[in-house]
Each structure stands twice: as structure tokens, then as C-alpha cells.
Design a protein around this ligand. Structure first.
Ligand code: FEO
Ligand code: CA
Ligand code: CA
Ligand code: CA
Length: 511
């Protein structure tokens, strides 16, 4: 299938000045996905929907979405992450401890869904095609190969393959038609299911078009480090090495980039995946403007005289398994929960959503912008600025996922935690939403609200079709604080016959 090569061509990017061509909406508490006038949405897939002829079902709490064209912008595969489950709606209340059946339910309903989607030529409605030969689940019950320096080492208890992926938050496209999915807050599920912690917190790679996962085995790349990976943004250095940026969504955590040892060779197709097995992982020292290489030699030098640390870090595999501690030890900058990272298609600058850090008094977060020296993603020095700050002035709070459109506008969705929504300092923002922020022109840095999510939801995973006429979006955890199934705070998407809210993926039209 002719999946596009990389983000720029995926967007059909045109270097036009940023412009806003919709009337912004006002914040609202409506239990609906509210859009500007002239825009509508179709619900493509909701939790529990059958996705293929085998009877597999769509997982819970959808997050990242990525469209891979089969027929341009009218039929393709949609890869969707499922981040976590809610016992009220999925595995059921826990009495003493989780039963094996509950563990199976919580593992099955996380991970990935690959579905086939198409737009009806007459009605223009987007639908899922459950007769698809590609549609499948790659869940917490699937098998993954480990790659890279930690594979088979004592740091991962000797594992070369591991069970499943879960806590999949956001992700990213590779330059060779596969998808990266990021394991983020894996601890809860690991604890419930009694699994090995060192097998999670990695970047996962799958090939949606390999329908039996036969030729391209689902894998976890240990060279990219183990932490609370929000997403991956891939690009090329000037000398064509592969560069992957990633945030670690935790208060006081760092911004990372990985640079491959070898160079990208388009003719090699999916063989380029090997570039994610050997390279150097760096963490940002923002004060010095330097990318610090996380190598075992540097870590052992910094640990000199501290026997406990010297025992912890004996090999590069140890550095990768304990990435955050190693980065802090080497002087990388702790930041306010780095979430999504995107590479600007205009100038190669790097946008990072710092969602918030309430313990440090940063209630509304900000979007940071790194300028790599010579605009080269392979550079080891950079400067930075705060591109936009959350708050009542800008109108957004707690930025999370980012995406660029072809005009160079930055799209961001917000993730005010459900327990804080509509209260105190967060009251003016009402429900979580989606905002568009021009990165050039007179409105540079100003936020315009494009969407408001249903009650207690978060909008996640915005992804445009190549012609930019459709925007896919996941609506995560509507009604997640419902006291019981008889007392629901949301019933979105309000489908006929539904008796509970369902996390769903939608297609937004009207562009
Ligand atoms: Fe799962 Fe960092 O949001
Ligand atoms: Ca997120
Ligand atoms: Ca978040
Ligand atoms: Ca979330």
C-alpha cells in the first residue's frame, strides 16, 4: 500500500502563512463534541465495536490516531492507541484482588487497534469497514520482540521477547511506513497484572499493513530508552541520520532525542527500522543549550565514589532501563511534564508541550520551542524560547498532543485532569478542548479554540488526512468520574441504544 513517506508529504505541506479560517468557539460544559459553525463529525469507532470478521473489538480510552492511506484521503488504515481502562466500564469492580478474567480484560482493552476506515462517496460519511483484511488488535496480550542494547540482558531479566503493550499514549510516524506507539504510565497496569516492570515504558514499532504481523514482528526499541514516553517525532539530520524526539510525561522529567548511528536509505524500506536499534540517546540541558549523551562511560564517571550508583549502572543496558535517573545524574534539565513533541515543517524548530506542574506553581503549562543549531536535527546544541503560555490570557490550559497543519498552524489539545475540570483556577476553561495556534504571521502564538470535548473527556491524537479535508480525533474518557452505571456524568457519543459513555474516534469534516 502506498502509505506516504514521512510527515511533510503526509500533510501535502505548503509553506503558506499561518491563517485561521474558522470562527472560534467559546469554552462550554456541554456534553458534546462542540465544533465551529460549518464543521461536523462522524463517530467512526467506539469502545466495544467489532472491528473485524474475527470479532475483535475496539479497545478503551483511545488516544493517538494515525491515518495510513490505502486510497488517498478516502480509504485507509487508522492505527489507534488505547491508553488505559476504567473498572466501571471495562473490567468491573475489584473485590479483593484482580481475577484472571479481569486482568485479561484490562490487557485486551489497552494497546493498539488497527481499523480500516473509508468515506462514503455520496454521503461523505466516514465509517469503519469491519470486513477489512488488515483490521486487528495488538494488545496487552500480544508478543513483542525486544531490540537494541537492553535485549536479553540482566537489566530486563534476560528477556528477548515480552508480553504485550499497554499504557499507549501518543505515537508517531516513521519514514518507512510503520508506526511508533509509546508506552507511558505503565505502572498501574503492571501492578494489577503482576508483570515485569522492565518490559514496559518503551517505544513500540508495528507495521499496520503486515496483516498477520508475520514479516514485521511487533517490537520494542530499547535504544530509545525506558521512561514515560508520551510520543515520538521523527526527522532526519542534515547528514540523513534518523532523529527521534520524545517527552517523558512526569513532573520534573526531561526532553530526549535519539540519533541513529547509521543513515536513512529510502530504498531499504522497512529495513530502516534497524536504525532504531543502534544509536545515541541524549537528554536536554536547557540552561547550557546542550544535548547530553546518555552513555555508560559518562554515567559511571558522574557516579564515581558512589558505590550504590556504580552497582546500578554497569552497562549501557542499565542506562537505558533507568533513563530518567541517568539523565538527571548527568545534569539534564527537569521540566514541567513534557508531553508531545513536534518538528515544525516550516523551519525544523522543535515544539514541546509542557502540560503543567502544579507542585511548582505552573498550573496551566506552556509550549516550549527549541531551535537546533543551523536548524539541523543532528545538532548537539540549541537555544529555546517559551512559544505560548497557558492561562486565561491565552485561553488554553494543560497542552498535551500537538500537530501541524499545512499552513504552519500548531494544533493542541488540552488535558486538564478530570478532578480539576471546571473548578477553581481551571473554571474559566470549562471542558477540555482543542486550540489552533499560528506559528507565523500577525497571530503568532495566539490560541483560537476549535473544539470542546464532552463532559470529563480529553481530546487526543489529532491527525489530518493527506488532503487535509478530514481531521481524525480521539475522544478519551467521557464521563470517567461517573459514580455508577446508573448515575452517569456523560452519555457521549449518545448513540441509539447505548447506556454508557464510550471513548470513540471521530472524523471531523468541513475543512
Ligand atoms: Fe497520556 Fe501524557 O498523556
Ligand atoms: Ca497525552
Ligand atoms: Ca496528558
Ligand atoms: Ca490521557
Amino acid at each position: 500500500a502506498a502509505a506516504d513517506k514521512g510527515r511533510d508529504s503526509l500533510f501535502g505541506y505548503e509553506n503558506r502563512a499561518s491563517k485561521i479560517d474558522f470562527t472560534p468557539i467559546a469554552p462550554t460544559t456541554a456534553d458534546e463534541l462542540v465544533l465551529p459553525e460549518g464543521y461536523t463529525y462522524d463517530v467512526i469507532a467506539a469502545y466495544g465495536d467489532v472491528i473485524n470478521q474475527k470479532g475483535d473489538t475496539f479497545g478503551f480510552n483511545c488516544d493517538f490516531t494515525m491515518y495510513l492511506p490505502i486510497k488517498g484521503s478516502s480509504r485507509g488504515l487508522l492505527l489507534v492507541n488505547h491508553e488505559y481502562t476504567n473498572p466501571l466500564f471495562v473490567e468491573g469492580p475489584v473485590v479483593a484482588s484482580y481475577t484472571p478474567k479481569q486482568i485479561e480484560a484490562l490487557l485486551y482493552n489497552q494497546g493498539l487497534s488497527i481499523i480500516e476506515v473509508y468515506q462514503e462517496p455520496n454521503t461523505k460519511e466516514w465509517k469503519m469497514d469491519p470486513t477489512s483484511k488488515y483490521a486487528r488488535r495488538i494488545s496487552g496480550l500480544a508478543t513483542f520482540q525486544l531490540t537494541g542494547p537492553s535485549k536479553g540482558t540482566p537489566s530486563v531479566n534476560g528477556a528477548t521477547q515480552v508480553q504485550g503493550t499497554f499504557a499507549n499514549c501518543s505515537g508517531g510516524a516513521t519514514l518507512w511506513d510503520t508506526v511508533l506507539s509509546c508506552e507511558e504510565n505503565w505502572e498501574t497496569t503492571v501492578n494489577r497484572a503482576g508483570l515485569d516492570t522492565t518490559h514496559y515504558g518503551w517505544v513500540v514499532e508495528v507495521d499496520p499493513f503486515d496483516k498477520n504481523d508475520q514479516y514485521f514482528k511487533p517490537r520494542k526499541h530499547t535504544a530509545l530508552g525506558r521512561f514515560h514516553h508520551e510520543n515520538c517525532a521523527m526527522g532526519l539530520s542534515k547528514d540523513r541520520r534518523v532523529v527521534v524526539y520524545s517527552g517523558d510525561d512526569k513532573a520534573g522529567a526531561c526532553v530526549y532525542k535519539y540519533i541513529s548511528k547509521g543513515k536513512f536509505n529510502e530504498a531499504k524500506g522497512k529495513e530502516n527500522s534497524k536504525l532504531l536499534e543502534e544509536g545515541t540517546l541524549y537528554a536536554a540541558d536547557m540552561e547550557a543549550g546542550v544535548w547530553i549523551a546518555l552513555t555508560i562511560d559518562a554515567v559511571r564517571e558522574a557516579a564515581k565514589g558512589n558505590q550504590e550508583l556504580l552497582n546500578k549502572y554497569q552497562t549501557q543496558a542499565d542506562v537505558l532501563v533507568h533513563t530518567h535517573d541517568a539523565a538527571i545524574l548527568l545534569g539534564a534539565t527537569p521540566t514541567d511534564r513534557p508531553e508531545d513533541v513536534e518538528i515544525s515543517p516550516i523551519d525544523n524548530s522543535i515544539f514541546i508541550a509542557h502540560t503543567n506542574n502544579t507542585s511548582k506553581g505552573n498550573f496551566h503549562g506552556h509550549i516550549t520551542r527549541f531551535f537546533e543549531t543551523d536548524a539541523d536535527l543532528g545538532s548537539l546544541t540549541f537555544t529555546y524560547e517559551i512559544f505560548a503560555a497557558g492561562g486565561t490570557q491565552s485561553g488554553f490550559s494543560a497542552p498535551d498532543n500537538l500537530d501541524f497543519d499545512r499552513h504552519g498552524n500548531l494544533w493542541t489539545v488540552t488535558d486538564i485532569s478530570t478532578s480539576s475540570l471546571n473548578k477553581g483556577t481551571y473554571e474559566p476553561f470549562k471542558n477540555n478542548g482543542m486550540f489552533v495556534i499560528p506559528t507565523t504571521g500577525k497571530d503568532k502564538g495566539q490560541a483560537f479554540q476549535f473544539a470542546s470535548g464532552p463532559v470529563e473527556s480529553e481530546l487526543t491524537g489529532p491527525w489530518f488526512t493527506p488532503n487535509q479535508k478530514t481531521l481524525f480525533l480521539a475522544v478519551q474518557h467521557p464521563g470517567e468520574r461517573s459514580p455508577s452505571l446508573n448515575d452517569l456524568t456523560s452519555k457521549w457519543p449518545h448513540r441509539k441504544g447505548d447506556t454508557m459513555p464510550r471513548p470513540s474516534v471521530v472524523a471531523i469534516k468541513g475543512f
